[in-house]
Design a protein. Structure first.
Length: 195
């Protein structure tokens, strides 16, 4: 009798351990993402002629990511991620590859994990005046929110919104100064494979 109980307990324990180790929200993961990205900027002209303006353009964006996720016994979801995105080039955006790093914090509801994310990202920009121009590589802050849906033992699908904002850059042309404060809105669909 005791032997049967021990055998059953061992089998149940093995099942729980196997299930936990196969959780798509625990472990090293890789993934791809793709979606929409909008570049925007606030422009300011100071000098004999002064004024403010805004500009924006939409583009397709995509990328890859590598990270590590851990879900606690209390279902708190934690993840650290390195990513490299691609975006089409525009008048004021020079670099098409966008490196970044993010930290994610969420809560696991069965097979669904809503989370908040914050990170840093780098981007090269150009600012043009009639007789001068300026290029600079800026580091920005990238907060956002997202959700992951576990669809198998190793695969999860999700979507994520981020807002990236950068410090101001400027260029001087004679006695006139032109400044730009760039930012991005992005919505990406994610496909993640956890080892």
């Amino acid at each position: 009798m005791y032997r049967k109980i021990l055998t059953l307990t061992s089998a149940l324990t093995a099942g729980v351990v196997t299930s936990a180790s196969a959780d798509p929200f625990n472990g090293v993961y890789v993934g791809v993402r793709a979606g929409w990205s909008q570049f925007g900027a606030d422009f300011k002209i100071s000098g004999p002629v002064s004024g403010n303006s805004k500009g924006s353009d939409d583009a397709f964006a995509g990328g890859i990511q590598l990270g590590y996720a851990y879900t606690t016994q209390n279902d708190i979801y934690l993840a650290g991620e390195l990513n490299l995105d691609w975006r089409s080039k525009t008048d004021n955006v020079d670099s098409t590859t966008i490196p970044g790093a993010d930290i994610k914090l969420g809560y696991k509801f069965d097979s669904v994990v809503p989370y908040a994310t914050v990170g840093i990202t780098g981007q090269k920009f150009s600012l043009f005046a009639p007789n001068n121009s300026h290029e600079d590589s800026l580091v920005g802050v990238r907060p956002g929110v997202g959700v992951l849906f576990g669809i198998s033992e190793n695969i999860s699908l999700g979507t994520e919104y981020t807002y990236s904002y950068f410090e101001k850059m400027s260029v001087t042309d004679g006695n006139t100064s032109l400044s730009m404060r760039p930012h991005f809105h992005s919505i990406m669909a994610r496909l993640v494979y956890t080892f």
